[in-house]
Each structure stands twice: as C-alpha cells, then as structure tokens.
Write a protein that binds this ligand. Sequence first.
Ligand code: ADP
Ligand code: MG
Length: 297
Amino acid sequence: MLQNITKIYGEQKAVDNVSFSIDKGEIVGFLGPNGAGKSTTMKIITCFLPPTSGTGIICGHDLDQESIKVREKIGYLPEHNPLYLDMYVKEYLHFAAGVAGIKNNIKSRVKSAVERVGLEKEQKKKIGALSKGYRQRVGLAQAIIHDPEVLILDEPTSGLDPNQLVEIRNLIKEVGKDKTVLMSTHIMQEVQAMCNRTIIINNGQIVADDNTNNLKSNAAEKFVIKVEFDKSVDVEQLKSLGKVYDVLEIGQHIYQITAEKDLRKEVSSFANKNALNILTLQKEEQGLEDTFRDLTK
Ligand code: ADP
Ligand code: MG
C-alpha cells in the first residue's frame, strides 16, 4: 500500500501524490508511457529510493522504518535487468542469495530457483553467453531466490523477441501464482494478456486504476468502423447516419466513422440508396489501447 507518495528529483516531479494498494495474490499491471514515473515508484516500493514525501506499508512493514523487512518480502527485477555478464549463472545466483540475506540452504535455494525458471541447461554458462530471454530468466530467478511474497517487475518483457516474450509472460504467470505481482510496462497488450487489474500512470499521477476488463469496456462505448466506397462521399451525409462523433477521410474513398453504436447496417443501406458500392467495411477493434491513449494524451 502506498499513500500520497511524491518524488522530486531536483526540479522534476517524477511521482506526484501516488496512492494505491494491492491485495494479496493480485497480478497488477503498471502501465504508462516512458517517463511517466513507473520505475521511480517501483524503486520507492523496493526501498531503493526514499520518497520526497508520503508513506507506504508493504506486507505490514513501513517503507521508511523497516526497509530491511520490506526488502525481505519483495523480489525485484529492475528495469534493464543489470546482470554481471562475466559471472556464471549459478555463481551469480549464489551471490544474489547472499545479497538477499539467505544464510542457510543456499545450494537448495539456488537449485529450486533454477528449476522454477527453467535454467537447468544454462546454469553452468556465463550470463554474457545467454540470449536476452534467458538473461530475463536469470533476473527472475534472482528475484524469487528468497521466496518473497511480492514481486516487483520493472518492464520485464521489454526488448524480447516475440517467442521469448511469450515464454517470459508464461513464466511470470507461473512464478507469480502464489505471489502478489506488480509489473510495469508501456505496452497495452501486455496488461491485457496478463493482468486482472491495471493502474495507469501519466506525468507522475495515477489516471486510472481499475479491473482491466472495465478499462477495456469503457473504450468500447465508442464504435469505429472503416468503410471504403467506390467513389467519393459527402462527409456530412455520413455524419447524419446516426449519433456520429467523427468522420475522417483516411484514404481514397475510405472513411473512418466513430459513433455511439455500430453503424455498419446504416452504412450499407446508405450505399444502396445512393448507388454506391462498398468495397470494404469493417469494425475496428476498440480496447484498452484507446483508453490508454485517451488518458495519457
Ligand atoms: P518510467 O519508468 O515510467 O519511464 P521514470 O520513473 O524512470 O519513468 O522517470 C520519471 C521521470 O523522472 C522522468 O521524467 C525522468 O526523466 C525523471 N527521472 C528519473 N530518474 C531520475 C534521476 N535519477 N534524476 C533526475 N530525473 C530523473
Ligand atoms: Mg522505467
């Protein structure tokens, strides 16, 4: 739980009065454009940065007073996953276990983390020799090595190719099953694919915090269709087909109509009446992307 967190770097307000709380077991997406304040917020949650003002309680521990306890509860994968490329995977994870304060059973902890993220074959390799997808697995293994209750993952899939992306998403779902997860991303599809709840941040402020499906259906109150006729049409006529918010001519004889309802039937009878042929007619998929664009304009 964060309460009224603000972070000012010099003149720059990076995080502006941010509050939210996350229930145990949730997988929450933290969505926002670059520079929105995602990483700064995550560094505050993980006690890597003190806030300029505000308070937070993580698993019952105060951010300011009990930072060591907070860190014990949190597994953190920082942005750009800074790894020691010269270290061997296993060696690095032993080191990470030490940093996480593990004193007993280090060997079995490393073994279990390696198994959970699917690094058995790579564990004897140097980190520098691994693909980006496998380096992210090492980062995830590091984050879960002390079996934390909470995972804070900062853009865990950025820079991965499409196959690696799917693998890492599945892995996050898998290792996140019995944990509370907050993962940041600047990609809408990512939260759509992974998170029940989405918090959207823009210019340091929370602009939405809702069930991901609700955010999607808010956008779906508008219908966008794209129609291509065989000749030019008066835009004003298209505007009179129903409750139309906007008509754009987006190509030769191609119009994009945004309206309160799906106007495909109306468009088709309009074409019949006016001896026009419809070459293509399609309804555009509206989704979270639109909400995101509207909120972060
Ligand atoms: P995001 O992770 O959403 O891209 P950040 O939290 O990294 O956003 O950055 C938020 C804002 O704070 C940006 O405008 C960024 O330039 C600024 N910022 C981040 N880190 C620092 C820093 N160490 N010093 C000064 N400004 C910073
Ligand atoms: Mg960032």
